[in-house]
Write a protein that binds this ligand. Structure first.
Ligand code: URA
Length: 485
């Protein structure tokens, strides 16, 4: 049979009309409108997907087909199903809905209806997996201070365009690309989205520091008491594992679940004391009481529990708890204010613009970030949404106080000799009194056998436009003094 590739050309041998169209929902819609207006019944059509197909001429006449809204939503999802028969199925449904079967979709037992529901559900499941399992890695891009976030994902269905909106909203401020074998989507952080043809995995970056963040994060949210291997495998099927940095931890976590549960039970009684109680009689008394009550167990157990902390309202809008990271014990601990946008997304402290400035300052001061423990006074990102932007908002007294038990517990485990407070919020949380940067910067404050040193927050240096170089040099000098202390 000769295949006509022209729009609406008649195939004389079989008596079909071959409809060449761009195989996505919009392409099918445009082609469908013309065929429907021409009164061509489903059996008369042969759907011929072609990425290069010319746009069909604008449909003449007044109305196109009028279908229930629900059909449009169903068809939009089912159009992403990877199956050659989807286009004919959708046209058949549309034809029937507009030719005497207006309530067709209510008949779940109808073969066409059952099929479109099945297709749409499979696509939505796939989108759900994509939202859950896309893992961005950072790639430096010339001409930009900020890296681009690039992810590789292998969807089961052709969902890239369909799912793109979620990522645009979720990661509105970042520049990112999601590469897949079918299509790639790119977002420029300024409202520009564009698509390119599919690629292979070699185009995606291999692994970077965010990999480790995912491992730590997964370990921190893994609840050994709730391990249901079968349910876990269905939620996180093994086929996704190869692209998930945290997957390498799964067998070990499952194997160690029993031991972890026993340890969790041992610390169970202490748990409540970590959620803030009544206002303390005196900071000293509270510190001692909380220090004594601080949980035993590892930093990982602590991170695991902090991941479920609901002690203040910040946990709601934030993506995740950003716990501290670094070796334990560590001679030096750095305490910031709270995670920012990038930290909230990646789950790691100091990975955004302030973090990069801090990295440079540490290096210039002769300090190796890998030898330090970095954390924040507040473990959730507090922000005010402004359009597509999440503006940093200062945590208030209660929020700092609600998080303090986590900071104390980290200090107890990491046992630093020197704690560097980056900014007044960190200092206030540590010492439970107000310090002034102008007055107290660089002073060595004796605090329960440890030395607290106050300096500015790296974000302050970023904000000091005109005096940025001076402020940067002062920060480096403070950190050099820490290194020498
Ligand atoms: N600012 C902070 O105080 N902490 C971070 O982790 C990032 C920015």
């Amino acid at each position: 049979m000769e295949q006509a590739s022209l729009f609406g050309a008649r195939d004389t041998a079989a008596g079909h009309v071959a409809v060449a169209f761009v195989p996505d929902f919009a392409g099918w819609q445009a082609a469908t409108r013309l065929q429907w207006q021409a009164g061509l019944a489903p059996d008369a059509l042969w759907w011929h997907p072609d990425r290069e197909a010319a746009a069909p001429p604008a449909a003449g006449g007044s109305g196109g087909p009028r279908v229930p809204k629900r059909f449009v939503a169903l068809a939009r999802a089912a159009a992403c199903y990877r199956g050659a028969d989807r286009w004919a199925l959708l046209y058949r449904l549309l034809w029937r809905l507009t030719h005497g079967e207006r309530h067709l979709l209510a008949r779940a037992g109808d073969a066409d209806v059952a099929q479109v529901n099945r297709y749409a559900s499979a696509v939505r499941r796939d989108v759900h997996k994509m939202k859950a399992f896309v893992r961005f890695r950072t790639v430096a891009e010339s001409g930009f201070d900020e890296p681009r976030y690039v992810a590789w994902f292998e969807p089961e269905h052709e969902i890239v365009e369909y799912a793109a909106g979620f990522f645009q909203r979720r990661f509105a401020n970042m520049r990112w690309s999601i590469l897949t074998p079918d299509r790639c989507v790119h977002w420029e952080g300024d409202g520009t989205v564009w698509f390119s043809p599919g690629t292979d995995k070699t185009a995606a970056p291999d692994g970077d520091v965010t990999e480790n963040a995912w491992r730590v994060y997964y370990r921190s949210i893994f609840n050994p008491a709730r391990v249901k291997v079968r349910a876990m495998m269905s939620e996180m099927p093994a086929k996704y594992w190869k692209n998930l940095p945290e997957a390498a931890s799964i067998p070990g976590l499952i194997a160690g679940a029993d031991r972890a549960v026993a340890a969790m039970e041992a610390t169970h009684r202490e748990h409540d004391t970590l959620h803030c109680g009544p206002t303390p009689a005196s900071p000293e008394a509270t510190l001692t009481r909380r220090a004594e009550a601080a949980p035993r167990g590892s930093l990982e157990q602590l991170a695991l529990r902090a991941a479920r902390c609901r002690s203040c309202d910040l946990c709601g809008p934030a993506t995740q708890t950003v716990f501290g990271e670094g070796p334990s014990p560590a001679r030096i601990m750095l305490v910031g204010e709270q995670p920012g946008d990038a930290e909230d997304v990646t789950g790691r402290p100091f990975v955004g613009p302030a973090g990069r400035l801090l990295d440079a300052a540490l290096m210039d001061a002769g300090l190796d970030r890998r030898a330090l423990y970095l954390t924040n006074a507040v473990k959730h990102f507090k922000f005010t949404p402004r359009g597509r932007t999440r503006l940093h908002a200062k945590p208030d007294y209660d929020e700092v106080r609600a998080c303090r038990p986590w900071l104390e517990a980290e200090i107890k485990r990491v046992a630093p000799e020197i704690v560097v407070a980056l900014g007044a919020t960190a200092a206030g949380s540590l010492l439970e009194r107000r310090l002034s940067i102008a007055r107290d910067r660089g002073r060595r404050i004796d605090w329960h056998g440890r030395c607290v040193i106050l300096t500015v927050h790296p974000a302050f240096v970023l904000r000091s436009r005109a005096r940025r170089d001076d402020e940067y040099r002062r920060l480096v000098a403070d950190l050099k003094a820490v290194a020498a202390a």
